[in-house]
Ligand binder design. Structure first.
Ligand code: GLA
Length: 458
């Protein structure tokens, strides 16, 4: 496996030339000369394994054709100058010694700065300034990882601009870590698939150590993405971090219940490793030790023998200080059952039994139900869209990404694709004026795309 995210030594002709040409023109009109190089990082769709990466469990995404593409020239000015081909995203510049990453209401350039800062800190260098124009095709706030694609693209750009070399695994890990400057405590799925993806392959992404294994998707079906048209920016709300904290608390209370040292345990997956038992046993542990009624702060503190102050300073994160109740049973049950579904999905893809599509579809449906009822990361529009997708001929359908809005992913028999697309358009998009205005970009079939790369012109 080629494990370098570095550009090829020989200049390669840039692909998708119309888009590159437009970007090059935009760059020239902004900065007066062509860019030194380009870099792209793709968005992703997660097929199964939602909200379990930050618990240490494997996930199963694939990269999208949609990506963030940047044109760049390093400079001696100590300035980062950013422009975007989409006029919604305003120009921005900052001196490299004055980088500040906003967590309350992050704007597009803050994600770029995360990647820049991550590389700068990893190499302990004062990174070079740069002129940059960004062109994005990943729909924003739609659960397709537009923000991580931007962080990854910025990380790659900064690495190349400073003539540094990292393996794909290394840069993916750096980008997963530095995106947390924005305030969300994400797992590493989005950044990992953005770098480790290969054309034509979904990937099982495992953590600690980070690695990716090819998953050959079954013949006879395509994966279709449908946008609920409800925007969800996970950095703008506390939903995501609340789930991270609930999983952390569930880990600690389960550990205490099993008589294991709980103080340093943070992830449900680490607890399973510590106990050395199966996922089935972890599911029974949840049922025996946790109760379905929400836990109050007092109860959590009592269980762990800690004060409210300790809870706030050592377990809760900055934007979860206000939370008063925690649904530990439901969150932990989702995580352990979802982790099991991912392994089952991979096994079915590997073994390809005659009823593979049926079995995979059932797993996707179960995943959605668990996200909706146990993890409560769906929303009425996503639920409605999943139902419509199933009624329109999908074998399986589920929300993808963080949830609370964004997209669904459906597995559709190839020979039903056209009628599926027509029906979903009719029932979900055309029936609503606002959605109808957007629907051409909101519903599309997708194939696994390749991972992040840098390009030079010949
Ligand atoms: C976001 C995060 C990922 C992952 C998903 C939910 O995309 O960035 O790390 O947690 O949500 O599966």
């Amino acid at each position: 496996m080629v494990d370098k995210a570095t550009p090829p030594q020989e200049p390669v002709l840039v692909a998708d030339s119309e888009r590159f040409t437009k970007l090059k023109d935009a760059f020239i009109s902004k900065y007066g000369a062509p860019p030194a190089f380009y870099a792209r990082a793709p968005g992703r769709v997660n097929l199964i394994g939602e909200h379990i990466d930050y618990c240490g469990y494997a996930v199963l995404p694939m990269a999208l054709e949609q990506d963030i593409l940047a044109a760049v020239t390093p400079t001696q000015t100590n300035l980062i100058q950013l422009a975007n081909t989409n006029p919604v995203y305003l120009d921005y510049h900052v001196h490299i010694s004055e980088i500040h990453i906003e967590t309350a209401k992050p704007q597009w350039h803050h994600y770029f700065l995360c990647g820049f800062k991550g590389i700068q800190e990893h190499f302990d260098i004062i990174a070079s300034g740069m002129n940059c124009v960004v062109d994005g095709t990943v729909p924003p706030s739609s659960g397709l990882s537009s923000s991580s694609a931007l962080v990854c693209c910025a990380g790659l750009v900064t690495m190349v601009a400073n003539q540094k070399v990292l393996s794909k695994v290394e840069i993916a890990e750096i980008c997963a870590k530095c995106e947390r400057y924005i305030g969300t405590e994400g797992g590493g799925m989005d950044q990992s698939i953005s770098f480790l993806a290969e054309k034509g392959m979904a990937k099982l992404i495992e953590f600690n150590p980070l690695r990716a294994t090819n998953v050959k998707l079954p013949k006879g079906a395509v994966f279709v993405i449908a946008n609920s048209c409800i925007e969800m920016n996970k950095a703008a709300t506390a939903h995501y971090n609340i789930r991270v904290v609930e999983c952390r608390l569930a880990t600690k209370i389960l550990a205490k219940g099993k008589g294991v040292k709980w103080e340093n345990l943070l992830k449900l997956g680490d607890l399973q490793t510590e106990l050395g038992v199966s996922l089935e046993t972890m599911i029974s542990n949840v049922e025996q030790i946790l109760h379905p009624e929400p836990y109050s702060r007092e109860e959590v503190c009592q269980h762990l023998g800690i004060s409210q102050e300790e809870l706030c300073s050592t377990i809760l994160s900055q934007n979860t200080q206000h939370v008063t109740t925690f649904k530990l049973y439901q969150r932990a049950k989702h995580v352990y059952t979802e982790a099991r579904r991912v392994l089952q999905f991979k096994r079915i893809c590997d073994e390809a039994p005659a009823n593979a599509l049926q079995l995979l579809g059932e797993l996707m449906n179960q995943s959605h139900t668990s996200c909706r009822d146990m993890y409560e990361c769906s929303c009425p529009e996503l639920d409605q869209l999943v139902d419509i997708c199933i009624q329109s001929g999908a074998i399986g359908s589920r929300l993808t990404g963080a949830g609370w809005g964004g997209c669904t992913v459906s597995m559709v028999p190839t020979n039903n694709l056209n009628s599926f697309l027509m029906k979903v358009q009719e029932v979900y998009y055309k029936a609503d004026v606002q959605r109808a205005a957007l629907h051409t970009h909101s519903l599309f079939a997708t194939q696994p795309a390749g991972g992040a790369a840098a390009y030079y012109e010949a």
